[in-house]
Design a protein around this ligand. Structure first.
Ligand code: FEO
Length: 173
């Protein structure tokens, strides 16, 4: 059985993950608009991934006999200044998510809920990867600057991203 504090915090995280999904879908639409279909596909993949993150937390509440409470998802920005701006916003957002996961982890430890601590370990590693991915793209964009050919190649590379269902969800989608 989940204690009330942990249940509330995980329900909050479900909302944060769904907001992230919504944000990335909006970023995908922006990339389509500015003629970067590969980047758009990269964000569409992020959109799927964030929904899966929400589903992992949802499955966890169900497995622990808790109550899932889905709240309204706030609106998201619809435009950015440039490709660099959209990926810098991605990194800033992922850093915020990392701090939310860290807060959850600290709460689970404080409440001596070691099952939740264990479940969150996957997310701790995932956040390192999320931040690293965004940072790599930012570095590439800074190197490319306004070079059209460079942007074209990066767009192609990002468009080749394929999606793998996160391991905690494999077989439980
Ligand atoms: Fe669910 Fe991008 O962290």
């Amino acid at each position: 059985m989940l204690n009330a504090k942990i249940e509330k915090a995980i329900n909050g995280q479900i909302n944060a993950e769904l907001w992230s999904a919504y944000l990335y879908l909006s970023m995908a639409a922006y990339c389509h608009k500015i003629g970067q279909p590969g980047m758009a596909k990269w964000f569409e993949t992020q959109f799927k991934e964030e929904q899966d993150h929400a589903k992992i937390f949802y499955n966890y509440i169900v497995a622990r006999g808790g109550v899932v409470t889905l709240k309204a998802i706030d609106k998201v920005p619809t435009t950015w200044k440039s490709t660099l701006d959209v990926f810098e916003s991605t990194l800033a957002h992922e850093e915020k998510v990392t701090s939310l996961i860290n807060d959850l982890y600290a709460l689970a430890e404080e409440e001596k809920d070691y099952a939740t601590v264990s479940m969150l370990k996957w997310f701790i590693d995932e956040q390192t990867e999320e931040e690293e991915n965004a940072q790599t793209i930012i570095d590439n964009l800074k190197m490319i600057k306004d070079n059209g050919y460079g942007l074209y190649m990066l767009d192609k590379e990002l468009g080749a991203r394929t999606y793998t269902v996160p391991s905690p969800l494999a077989g439980k989608e």
